[in-house]
Structure formats: C-alpha cells, structure tokens
Write a protein that binds this ligand. Structure first.
Ligand code: BES
Ligand code: ZN
Ligand code: ZN
Length: 455
C-alpha cells in the first residue's frame, strides 16, 4: 500500500470539511453566526461545486466545500491538491465512487520529478470501504505509472519485469517467449512488429487462480513505442506514442485488481510487447506474415501494428478455451474520432455483455460505448496475395475494420470484448489527472464482479 495513503483510518485533529450544496448552504446559514456567514460570503461561497471557503468555529477552523452531490469522481476529485496539505474529515457519508475520486485525484507521477506537495488526506472510518477504494485506486495508479513512464524505461523487457513481479507477489505462474522463440512458437506477427528494436519483442503470460473456476483471458496491446515503423508517423502523431502500451497497462492493472480482490476466476493475462521501430531488418509494407492461427497477413501499413500483436495473442487466448476474452488496445486514431478521448470504444458480438458493460461504465464514471462489428466491411480487409491485409486502404470505419481484423482470430463460441481506447487524459479533470489513464478498467472490473461474484 502507498506510503502516503490519501484515505486514512484515524486522523489526528482533522480539519472538518462541511460539504454543502446550494440548499444545504442556505440551511447552514440559518444556524451559523453572523461572523461565519460574513466570512463565507467574503469568499464568494455559494455551495457551488469547486468553491471552498474557510470559516472559524469555536476552537478551530473549518472549510466549507461546495459540491453538487453527484455520486461520481467529480465530487471530491479536485480536493486532494486544492486543499492545503493536511488531514480532513467530512460531515457526509461518502460513496465508493466519491472516495475513489479523492484517491484518483491524489495521484501524481513522481518518478522523475519530486512532487511540490503531498495530497491531502481524508479520514474514512469504514475499514472495508476504505480498503476497497484503496485497492482499486492502487491498480489505477499502477496502470497510470506504466503508461506515464517513457519508452526508454518501459521497453518490452521492462514490461516483462513488471509482470514477473506481479506474478511473484500473487503466487501466479509466469512464462515469456522472447525474440526468436516467438518464431518457434509460430507467433510471426508479434516477432515481425518488434524485431527491429534492440529490446526484443515478447509474449508475456501470467496465470492465476483456481483451475476449476471459470476461465477468463485478458489481453493488452503492449507497443512500448509506436514510431509507425517504415510507414513512419509525423512528429505530432509520434509525440504521444509512449502510451501505445496503454492497453497492456490496463490489462495488467485489471489483473492486479482481480488478484487483489480474489475474484473466483481462473485468470490468464497475455501481453504481447514490442517496440514498433525502424532498422534494416524492420518489417515492410507488402511483406506477408505467418500468424499463430495459420492465417497469412499482407502488410498494407506498418503503422497498423497493434492488431498484429493482438492477432497472435488472441489466437493463443482461444487455444486455452476460456469462456471470456477481453482485450484492451490503443488501436486506432479512428476510434478517437468516433467517440473522442474520454470514452472507450467497445466491440462485442454479445448484446448482453455490451449492455452490462455499458451499465457498469456509467455507474463507475468509466464510460464505454459500443461500435458495430459490421460484417460487410470485412471486404475492406481482402488481400489478393494473402488471407487478409492488416489495414484497409479506405479512409472510413478505421476502428471497425481494425476490430473486424481481430475478429478473424477469435472463435465465435467464446465471448469476446475488444476495447479501443485512448488510455490518456489530455488535461486534468477532477479525479483524472493529465497523463496515463486506466480507461475501461473499472467498468470491466464491475462487470466481472457482478458476473462471477465477489469473493
Ligand atoms: N497506436 C496507433 C493508434 C493511435 C493513435 C491510438 C493515436 C491513440 C492515439 C496505431 O498503431 C496506429 O498507428 N493506427 C493507425 C492505423 C492505420 C495505419 C490503419 C491509425 O489509426 O492511423
Ligand atoms: Zn501504429
Ligand atoms: Zn500503435
């Protein structure tokens, strides 16, 4: 657990936060002293979200905090760095999501720069609730740290070390195929994407839980840097590509959460990790790759590399015959055009799962929106020399054709959900600081908890 948890069990002389909306502020005024009302008004306090005013009580000071009573991350998410450093308690009973807003808002990425200040701490006496919120926030922080770490310190071998450590601390089993071992294992697509990098491509696997529990496989795109390959990206597009392992980071965060909360499932985490780099031995447009599934893929564009990593990993996932496969990937710019940067695009054949994930996304302030696996668009992936191309030359429906590409590698008898997401906050919002973000992770965890039961 964090050395400086932002939720604490018993604070020493905490400063009280009086959470007031516009109407409870009116009520408060009816019992407050004239001096207190004057102070609140001088600070332009009206009970609106974002407002803070300091008042004097009998023997202490107290902060009036405006809020809109929304039961989501926004209610308290701005406070850990807006209130002065210190320990606080509140007058309200707070929900899991409100507390999560506080802890997620208390995150900062400190690996290369010491923080200017510590986040404020909030007293939460309900032990179960506090532990649960801290465990969820810990997984979010793990995912964010992995994404925020630049490619120089988050290469495929670093991802391997992270997963190895996670396996060791959870008594899970671990396996990794590296470099040419991928060719021995017929993972020609993962190998091709990553072979031009000095840090070798790999397929990393963690397995955990009771074999008799339902099998769930979680897969994440682990492109540690996406230069675009020989179809090199322009500078502006390449600038943010340290986050192209965001899907892997989310899959790792989700796995850690599943293990921490001891969900009764048999979990398999599969992370294909590679740097899409440029060198004399880089894969080229026009090359034809042999994949694990046996399908051949003609390379139309070396920048459509994520689906190549995922196709081998998904084929492997299917071989294990799980009842559910979930994959997470920063797969296409087109998904960002469709749903923007704050919503995860979701693809699945199952209406039931889509509906449930949508509901969990909504209730956990982690929104997901379904896009269709529109079968007729499969023709955009036809190749004259191989079973399919890796990217369609049409400028339309890029997120859908990417998902349809993946669909070729899963089995229709297995439930499958694919998330195409941003994994990054472009700016700071309450509970969502700028930088890496665990998008779709809490929505998915909520779904898994409901389906498989809490431990
Ligand atoms: N990693 C990118 C997609 C991406 C870009 C995600 C920006 C989030 C933000 C992916 O590998 C890529 O380059 N996709 C191409 C596919 C195209 C070549 C078919 C894209 O979306 O332009
Ligand atoms: Zn790319
Ligand atoms: Zn990519």
């Amino acid at each position: 657990m964090n050395e400086h948890p932002s939720l604490i069990s018993n604070a020493k002389a905490p400063t009280e936060l009086l959470l007031l909306d516009e109407s409870s502020f009116e009520q408060w005024m009816s019992s407050a002293s004239e001096a207190q009302i004057k102070l609140a008004k001088k600070q332009a306090f009206a009970g609106k979200s974002g407002q803070i005013a300091w008042i004097q009580t009998q023997d202490d000071i107290c902060a009036l905090v405006g809020w809109d009573k929304q039961k989501d991350l926004n209610s308290l998410g701005h406070l850990p760095f807006k209130l002065p450093e210190g320990q606080y308690s509140t007058n309200e009973t707070l929900t899991e999501l409100q507390l999560l807003g506080w802890v997620m808002g208390a995150y900062s990425f400190n690996r290369y720069k010491s923080p200017k200040r510590l986040p404020s701490q909030l007293e939460v006496t309900d032990e179960n609730l506090r532990d649960r919120v801290l465990v969820i926030a810990e997984s979010v922080a793990l995912t964010r740290d992995l994404i925020n770490t630049p490619a120089s310190d988050m290469s495929p071998s670093h991802i391997e070390s992270e997963i190895r450590a996670l396996a060791e601390s959870n008594e899970a089993s671990f396996n990794c195929w590296t470099g040419d071992q991928l060719l021995d294992q017929r993972c020609g697509a993962i190998h091709a994407v990553g072979r031009a990098s000095v840090d070798k491509p790999r397929l990393i696997e963690l397995t955990w839980g009771n074999k008799n529990h339902p099998k769930v496989c979680v897969v994440g795109k682990g492109v540690t840097f996406d230069s675009g390959g020989l179809d090199i990206k322009p500078a502006a597009g390449m600038r943010s590509m340290k986050k192209d392992m965001g899907g892997a980071a989310i899959a790792i965060g989700l796995a850690s959460l599943i293990m921490d909360r001891n969900l009764p499932i048999h979990l398999r985490l599969l992370i294909p990790a590679a740097e899409n780099s440029i060198s004399g031995n880089a894969f080229r447009p026009g090359d034809i790759l042999a994949t694990r599934k046996g399908l051949t893929v003609e390379i139309d564009n070396t920048d459509a590399e994520g689906r190549l990593l995922l196709c081998d990993a998904l084929a492997l996932a299917v071989e294990g015959q799980p009842e559910l496969i979930l994959d997470f990937a920063t797969l296409t710019g087109a998904a960002r055009s469709a749903v923007g940067t704050e919503i995860s695009a979701m693809f699945t054949h199952s209406d039931l799962i889509a509906e449930s994930l949508y509901r969990h996304g909504k209730s956990s302030a982690d929104p997901v929106w379904r896009l269709p696996l529109h079968d007729p668009y499969n023709k955009m992936l036809d190749s004259s020399v191989a079973d399919l191309v890796n990217s369609s030359s049409s400028g339309y429906a890029g997120a859908i054709t990417a998902a349809l590409f993946l669909n070729n590698f899963v089995d229709s008898s297995i439930d499958w959900v694919h998330f195409d997401l941003m994994a990054y906050n472009l700016n700071t919002r309450p509970g969502k600081p700028e930088g890496g973000e665990a998008m779709a992770m809490r929505a998915t965890f909520g779904y898994l908890e409901e389906k498989y039961g809490k431990s």
